[in-house]
Design a protein around this ligand. Structure first.
Ligand SMILES: Cc1cc2nc3c(=O)[nH]c(=O)nc-3n(C[C@H](O)[C@H](O)[C@H](O)COP(=O)(O)OP(=O)(O)OC[C@H]3O[C@@H](n4cnc5c(N)ncnc54)[C@H](O)[C@@H]3O)c2cc1C
Length: 403
């Protein structure tokens, strides 16, 4: 008899694993806390790693249709100083690129695929615990209320704020990061920003502004072209930002990067700027008794290296592969942890180490960045290495992603 699997959360990790496991013959049920399943937030970059998983699911074409091809990631000292971040995918291969996509578009492609397969989705269920039953079965608890269905395995894909991590073999200690970001979706049609680059500007590590062209929303006309504008902020300064008013912030943002004026003028109310906070945690190993963790529930960090959604997709693929090749679920969970261990640990460490160079109150690390990152990136072999890092390909279990 096929195994019954519960997936908690309909973010990229939950939706992808549900699709892959359904296609492999498992019976999958999704649970989501929101009444109306839907995405929040900004654009994100799908790296060659994440794109390969979407290709395996037959969804890459739709993703590329809604998203925006990204050939390079570039950053310079504000307003037009020297270049201190220069990642070009073609340093590895002419056929390699990323795809920036709005989270709403990624969600719509994955959710439509879930819907087309008839996978059950229960919304308005906020899963905060699990209960073990006789016969190695497990059931979900929704805010203290036991749900009736029973499962062979729970897959926690409920993101960085997961309430189930206490069921892991070793719960991780979560650390809230000092800096977050404000995000807004803007239109770039007819502006100089409709290019194939993620662009950033820095002032030490206290100021970081960025523009990520991310294609269109599912309901947009094909000619529409959007971008995510982001502005780094110390979380403790958010109240002061709100009190100072939008005009004061816009003046500051314009001084940092005058060319963004055409985007800034589209931000007319504070509600357009969404405040994202980041938490760093890594479950080692991301499993417990009858439960396994994927995506941000297993490992979250600042989006400095832009790997989170891609790692979520890689987790989904690794877990689906492990469950297909091993019928003992605990052993399959262990195999999944082993498959992902090196890549996850490396990128968690890299992200934690690099974040203070771009988002912190320090002065030494950003000064070193401004002095050294440019010349180092021009050393023989380093362009390829930096591109491998940015593309998520270092220690990736699948090398085929390199295209
Ligand atoms: C501002 C920002 C920018 C980013 N940029 C990038 C980028 O460029 N590239 C990249 O790869 N990644 C990026 N990331 C990271 C990326 O968004 C995450 O890593 C990714 O969304 C993780 O997917 P997930 O499915 O694990 O979790 P989530 O996307 O957080 O989804 C979790 C789902 O679970 C649901 N849920 C939560 N709790 C419960 C509960 N108790 N019961 C039921 N359901 C629940 C939530 O409502 C949600 O639907 C960025 C993140 C942020 C915040």
């Amino acid at each position: 008899m096929s195994k019954e699997l519960a997936v908690v959360g309909v973010g990229p990790a939950g939706l992808a694993v549900a699709i892959l496991l359904h296609d492999a013959g498992f019976r999958v049920t999704l649970y989501e806390r929101f009444e109306q399943a839907g995405p929040v937030g900004s654009g994100l970059v799908l790296q060659p790693t994440g794109l390969a998983v979407l290709q395996q699911m037959g969804l890459r074409e739709q993703i590329e249709d809604l998203g925006h091809r990204i050939d390079a990631m570039h950053g310079r000292i504000a307003p037009a100083g020297k270049s201190v971040l220069d990642i070009r995918y073609n340093a590895l291969s002419e056929s390699l690129y990323g795809v920036a996509i709005h989270r709403a578009s990624l969600f719509s492609v994955l959710f439509d695929a879930v819907h087309a397969r008839g996978i059950a989705v229960h919304t308005a269920t906020c899963i905060d615990s699990i209960e073990h039953l006789a016969g190695a079965k497990v059931r979900l608890v929704d805010r203290g209320r036991r749900l009736t269905s029973t499962f062979d395995l729970v897959i926690d894909a409920s993101g960085a704020g997961s309430r189930l991590t206490s069921h892991a073999l070793k719960p991780a200690r979560a650390r809230a990061l000092e800096y977050g970001a404000l995000w807004a979706t803007v239109n770039t049609a007819g502006t100089p920003f409709n290019h194939h680059r993620l662009e950033q500007r820095y002032r030490a590590a206290r100021v970081m502004a960025g523009v990520l062209p991310c294609g269109r929303l599912p309901q947009d006309a094909p000619s529409c072209s959007r971008a995510t504008y982001f502005w780094s902020i110390r979380n403790a300064d958010h109240a002061a930002f709100v009190n100072a008013g939008l005009a004061a912030w816009r003046d500051q943002a314009r001084a940092v990067w005058p060319q963004t004026d055409v985007l800034l003028e589209q931000i007319q109310s504070p509600e357009q700027l969404v405040h994202a906070r980041y938490v760093h945690h890594t479950l080692m190993p991301p499993m417990g008794k009858s439960i396994v963790f994927i995506g941000d529930a297993a490992h979250s960090t600042s989006p400095q290296l832009g790997q989170g959604a891609n790692m979520a997709l890689l987790d989904a693929r690794a877990l689906a592969a492990a469950l297909q090749s091993e019928s003992n679920l605990q052993q399959a969970a262990k195999n999944y942890c082993r498959l992902r261990r090196l890549h996850v640990r490396f990128y968690q460490l890299a992200s934690l180490s690099l974040t203070p160079f771009y988002q912190s109150d320090g002065t030494v690390l950003p000064a070193l960045r401004d002095l050294l990152f440019g010349p180092v990136s021009r050393l023989p072999g380093s362009a390829a290495l930096v591109t491998r890092l940015g593309a998520g390909l270092l220690f990736s279990p699948a090398t085929a992603e390199a295209g």
